[in-house]
Ligand binder design. Structure first.
Ligand code: BT5
Length: 265
């Protein structure tokens, strides 16, 4: 992409095979956070709008963490969604988006991308993609959902604090990846998964998700409030929860909190 905003939007749209996703694209050379920008424009823009930036000065992870988003190296984007489903049916959107992005990366690059539950995409034992979903509910109705996706595409070097846990598609493949083409593949794949999910939120993606989930079968450490426990990740429930089996044979349901997978960052 270059300095011409209209040209960049054309590059992102040319050959895009979606029906509704990314038909409206807002391209920004720089922004604090694409998730924040989507929230600012949510009331005046349609379902499927995508905000994409060359760099983020305040990229966000979950729980107030920082997402490193250097200029021109990645895909830093957020999708505005206005689904007609009940607030209690939206929980699994995180898994759905993680699966869609993972599948698109596999198809586009041929790399063995996997999912670290719930929605990091990893290659080997390092992270290439993080997803941050934020839902706004008013009067027991979803006003909108923001799905923020950050992918390290052509990053060659990472800051010291994340070096040990981060990698990029170009480091893993040994070649420079065309970001616009990858963008189009991701939008096309995500649209299929989102269409399915919004038309039938209870129709599981679990077989596909489970097949690509690197967490299952591994020893994990779960942090819950001030305590931690170890166990083995055994299954994912229809609710999206992770079931962890402890050494004494009992199981714990893990729906949130931090899960560290031994052998992965
Ligand atoms: C996430 O949080 O993984 C969600 C990241 C979402 C980023 C996208 S970019 C577009 C949109 N706009 C935003 O402002 N955000 C979204 P979490 O699971 O909390 O992981 C954050 C942790 O990952 C940090 O504390 C670092 O340890 C590590 N990290 C930060 N930047 C990274 C990077 N570029 N690659 C790999 N790991 C990174």
């Amino acid at each position: 992409m270059n300095n011409n905003i209209d040209e960049n939007i054309s590059l992102l749209k040319d050959g895009l095979k979606t029906k509704w996703l990314a038909k409206n694209i807002i391209y920004l050379p720089t922004v604090d956070s694409t998730n924040q920008e989507v929230k600012r424009i949510a009331s005046t823009h349609p379902h499927g709008t995508v905000v994409i930036a060359e760099q983020q000065t305040a990229g966000k992870g979950r729980l107030g963490r920082v997402w490193s988003s250097p200029n021109g190296t990645g895909l830093w984007l957020s999708i505005l969604l206005k689904p007609e489903i009940a607030p209690n049916q939206i929980a699994n959107i995180t898994l759905v988006c993680g699966l869609g992005v993972c599948k698109a990366i596999r198809k586009h690059t041929g790399l063995n991308a996997l999912i670290k539950w719930p929605n990091d995409v990893i290659i080997g034992n390092k992270k290439i993609c993080g997803i941050l979903t934020e839902t706004t509910v008013e009067a027991n109705r979803i006003s909108y959902v923001v799905t923020g996706i950050g992918i390290n595409v052509n990053t060659t070097e990472f800051d010291n604090d994340i070096k040990h846990k981060a990698t990029s598609l170009s480091i893993e493949s040994g070649s420079v990846i065309n970001r616009e083409n990858l963008f189009k593949e991701i939008m096309f794949t995500l649209e299929k998964y989102l269409d399915n999910y919004f038309s039938n939120p209870n129709d599981g993606i679990y077989e596909e998700y489970t097949a690509l989930c690197a967490t299952l079968g591994r020893e994990v450490t779960v942090s819950r409030g001030n305590s931690t426990f170890n166990g083995k990740a055994v299954t994912i429930e229809a609710t999206g929860d992770l079931i962890v089996e402890l050494a004494n044979g009992t199981t714990e349901i893990v729906s949130s909190g931090e899960v560290t997978v031994q052998g992965i960052y």
